[in-house]
Design a protein around this ligand. Structure first.
Ligand SMILES: [Zn+2]
Length: 282
């Protein structure tokens, strides 16, 4: 178990805003790793059926390949946010690379959707100093999560996802699921998708609203844009000039998913051949 495995509980205690703790009557629903044409439309359809909106943390390399899907995320009323370009671990990246990739992803979100993203969630929950600085320069607020569904494993089912989320299912929670298996076990997204109706029903029966981070009232950090956000307004702001030359279609960036000492703690698995390491922080 790496250092980050003991880090997030401390974050939750000391920096609840970074962990994603929000209003007592609201649960934030977030999805990472898309947009993916094999799975994201299914989530969008299901969320529409449920009358529920969410925040999608997209990868630049995925959005670059599937820009129309990114536009649909926004057109359907969801919030789009930055997860990075590739799914790299900031602690394993060469100096400057993480910052450049965050900037490139943020600029791509703006170029494709016309929306200035408000949030940044690092792959594996690993926030390096470089990433923090880059996010600040870009006006992105870092946010992690308070509960996850362990939906990325090959053995995950809707029931297992609900069971994993249950201990953290309370007002103020930020829930992490994945709308793509881009960096996880093939088809694993079906477990999260299948859990959605019961998940939303449980929240609503408990009197909790379910929605995106922009409506979550995340505490602890100044500069919150609130629910009005800046959707639809592309504002110029400092960006890091970087063209991700390694982002050509076909390069999945998986080489960056190098297991490290922190790999007991991540928002989805490292190479799919690896077994998950349970008990990372719950
Ligand atoms: Zn991820």
């Amino acid at each position: 178990m790496g250092p980050a495995a003991t880090w997030l509980p401390a974050v939750r205690r000391l920096l609840p805003g970074l962990a994603g703790a929000g209003a007592a009557d609201h649960v934030a629903l977030t999805f990472d790793d898309g947009p993916d044409p094999r799975s994201t439309p299914r989530f969008l359809d299901e969320l529409a059926r449920l009358g529920c909106r969410a925040t999608f943390f997209v990868l630049g390399e995925m959005l670059e390949r599937h820009p129309a899907l990114g536009r649909r995320v926004v057109a359907d009323g969801h919030e789009i946010a930055v997860h990075g370009w590739h799914h790299g671990n900031a602690l394993a990246a060469a100096p400057g690379r993480t910052a450049a990739e965050i900037g490139a992803a943020a600029r791509l979100v703006m170029a494709v959707t016309g929306v200035r993203p408000a949030w940044y969630r690092p792959p594996y929950g690993v926030l390096s100093a470089e990433a923090l600085v880059a996010a600040r320069v870009l006006g992105l607020r870092p946010v992690l999560w308070t509960a996850w569904g362990r939906d990325w494993t090959r053995s995950a089912t809707p029931s297992s996802v609900l069971a994993a989320l249950a201990p953290g299912l309370r007002g103020g929670a930020t829930l992490l699921l994945h709308d793509s298996d881009h960096t996880s076990a093939s088809g694993s997204w079906r477990s999260g998708l299948g859990a959605l109706p019961e998940l939303v029903a449980r929240c609503r029966s408990a009197g909790l609203r379910v929605g995106p981070l922009r409506d979550h009232g995340v505490s602890g950090v100044s500069g919150s844009r609130g629910s009005s956000g800046s959707r639809g307004a592309v504002r110029r702001h400092p960006v890091l000039h970087h063209t991700p030359g390694t982002a050509a279609p076909g390069n999945t960036g998986d080489a960056e998913n190098t297991p490290g000492p922190w790999n007991g703690f991540h928002d989805n698995p490292l190479p799919t051949t690896r077994k998950e390491k349970p008990g990372a922080f719950q």
